[in-house]
Design a binder for this molecule. Structure first.
Ligand code: HEC
Length: 127
């Protein structure tokens, strides 16, 4: 009896863990690996504000990849009033910072297949 109950609890725990992992939205596996390795994932998501701004909103600022790399190494908290300051992430090798930066730049809705909330044209969804 006790055993069966424990098993049920463990199963429920696994299920909710995998659900919340899925809810962590549309981050491609390779980017998720980098974001996990360098802890970005603790504070950033594609579509949602966490501790830091949604990457989608960063993408809308139209930085160059180079500028984003620079901001990863030297964040400018004044760019994001209302947020705490991000710590400089100097431990990220340039190569990986560039990968993250160029991916972040694809998230403004113009270059991705998924166009959720674009403001480019008036006919986003069928009327
Ligand atoms: C402890 C939380 C935290 C972690 C970890 C973190 N960030 Fe941030 N990030 C923030 C906050 C808060 C801001 C907004 C304030 C700021 O820029 O200082 C931000 C801003 C940014 C910006 C926008 C910069 C700008 O000025 O527009 C980028 C790009 C960014 N983060 C990328 C990353 C990447 C890539 C990583 C992992 C290598 C990372 N962040 C890790 C909290 C975090």
């Amino acid at each position: 009896m006790k055993k069966a109950f424990g098993f049920l609890l463990a199963t429920a725990g696994l299920l909710s863990a995998s659900f919340s992992a899925q809810a962590q939205d549309n981050i491609p596996d390779d980017m998720k690996a980098l974001m996990t390795k360098y802890t970005c994932i603790a504070c950033h998501r594609v579509d949602a504000r966490l501790v830091g701004p949604a990457y989608k909103d960063v993408a809308k600022r139209n930085y160059t990849d180079e500028q984003i790399v620079e901001l990863i190494y030297n964040p400018k908290p004044s760019n994001w009033p209302g947020y705490i300051a991000m710590a400089p992430m100097k431990q990220v090798p340039k190569e990986d910072a560039v990968k993250l930066a160029s991916w972040i730049n694809t998230l403004d809705g113009t270059t991705t297949k998924k166009s959720t909330t674009k403001k480019t044209t008036t006919k986003t969804k069928k009327a």
